[in-house]
Design a protein around this ligand. Structure first.
Ligand SMILES: O=C(O)CCC(=O)C(=O)O
Length: 259
């Protein structure tokens, strides 16, 4: 049963295709988590250069961040759209440096990104089969690269990357807006929603991590960095509810989810 306080978020996610849930990472730890994410990006880069891009799952490099991924309020909202059993399909750094220039590249996310090999074809089914979360580790504002979103586009059968749809992923789109929120909040989107990076004209970084959640039945063996594994001893240190979300990536560990 969803608590009364979460119902407006679930409704906004269903009707508008997005919402921002505040205080998912508590204010007293968000700086520590941000520092871990910012400093680990280069460690991850170096490790991957030496050992191969698919050698180690990115979440292995940010265990303090990982602790929050099964946040009860967040999972409650996500489960209202995906069903009770969910897994994490993809995790990626989304750190926009100061004066970052790319203005727009509209798309929907896995499994609806028409530029990826592993996408489903248009017209997309009405079922929700992906939730994208962007974890704000600095404030998101209109001045530092808050994500562009097009409300209600999750139910539009066209797509900015649809070859026949005449929209164009680099163009401004009518109704677009930037998602804003304070550090520790999470932007939750139906993965069909049209969204894009924004430029960051500020002198400071905009730091975030994208984490995509999928229903248990979706094939996640899509090759690429997101199928990289988590060393068993790092996985063992995750909280139990986070283990359930990443169990399919754990090295040398028996799956326990269905037992
Ligand atoms: O970093 C952002 O603001 C947007 C990221 C994005 O478009 C994505 O992860 O699919």
């Amino acid at each position: 049963m969803t608590s009364e306080s979460l119902k407006p978020y679930v409704k906004q996610l269903r009707v508008e295709g997005w919402c921002v849930l505040e205080d998912v990472i508590p204010a007293d730890v968000v700086d520590i988590v941000r520092e871990e994410v910012e400093t680990s990006e280069s460690d991850y880069g170096e490790f991957s250069k030496e050992n191969g891009r698919w050698a180690r799952n990115v979440i292995s490099f940010m265990p303090k961040f990982a602790e929050h991924l099964a946040n009860e309020r967040l999972l409650d909202v996500i489960r209202q759209r995906l069903g009770p059993q969910v897994r994490i399909s993809q995790t990626e750094y989304k750190i926009r440096p100061p004066h970052y220039k790319l203005v727009r590249a509209y798309h929907s996310d896995f499994p609806y990104d028409l530029n990826q090999k592993w996408h489903i074809t248009q017209p997309f089914p009405r079922a929700v089969i992906g939730i994208t979360t962007l974890w704000m580790l600095t404030d998101f504002t209109t001045e530092n690269g808050g994500t562009w979103i097009v409300p209600k586009s999750h139910v539009d059968l066209r797509n900015p990357r649809g070859k026949e749809d005449g929209i164009g992923d680099r163009n401004p789109i009518s109704g677009e807006m930037q998602a804003v929120g304070s550090a520790g909040s999470v932007l939750i989107m139906d993965s069909r929603i049209w969204h894009s990076n924004a430029e960051n004209p500020a002198d400071t970084r905009r730091t975030a991590v994208v984490v995509r959640y999928a229903p248990w039945w979706l094939n996640l063996e899509l090759f690429g960095v997101n199928t990289a594994t988590i060393p068993g001893e790092i996985f063992d240190a995750f909280p139990d509810d986070v283990k359930l979300l990443y169990e399919h990536r754990a090295e040398d560990r028996e799956p326990s989810y269905w037992l």
